[in-house]
Design a protein around this ligand. Structure first.
Ligand SMILES: [Zn+2]
Ligand SMILES: [Zn+2]
Length: 134
């Protein structure tokens, strides 16, 4: 496999994740989409490519316990709302108070360098569906 081919596959994988903005796809979804552009690509290659793109800083992995790793290409600082019905991630752009500095100062024995906030609830699609069932 030549370098040019690898680059083409890498580009295709990155494009698929980028255009799935709002969707935060997992490897299986990326695989099914990227095959439309690169039919010969294997699931293993998709996994390795997602890993490499993550290491290079093009993608951010999103993990939730008991679920496949998801990826996103939106590197602008944002938060997530996770729907408890469909488990989809939704981007939330909203300023937060500084949750890091005060805690870092209070607990200097820890080397704290990050804080994660996640909103949880029900997305509009699921809410409509759930209300129809009632
Ligand atoms: Zn939902
Ligand atoms: Zn996001």
């Amino acid at each position: 496999m030549g370098m040019k081919r690898l680059t083409k596959q890498r580009k295709a994988v990155l494009e698929v994740v980028r255009h799935a903005r709002g969707h935060h796809p997992d490897a299986a979804w990326v695989y099914s989409e990227v095959r439309k552009a690169v039919p010969s690509i294997s699931l293993g290659t998709v996994y390795r490519t997602l890993d490499a793109l993550t290491e290079e800083g093009y993608l951010v992995p999103l993990s939730r316990p008991g679920e496949a790793l998801r990826y996103e290409a939106n590197l602008d600082g944002h938060l997530h709302m996770v729907c408890r019905n469909c488990n989809e991630f939704f981007d939330i752009v909203h300023p937060l108070p500084d949750l890091l500095s005060g805690v870092k100062a209070k607990y200097p024995e820890f080397d704290i360098d990050n804080v994660q906030v996640e909103y949880q609830g029900v997305c509009p699609k699921c809410r409509d569906r759930l209300e129809r069932v009632k």
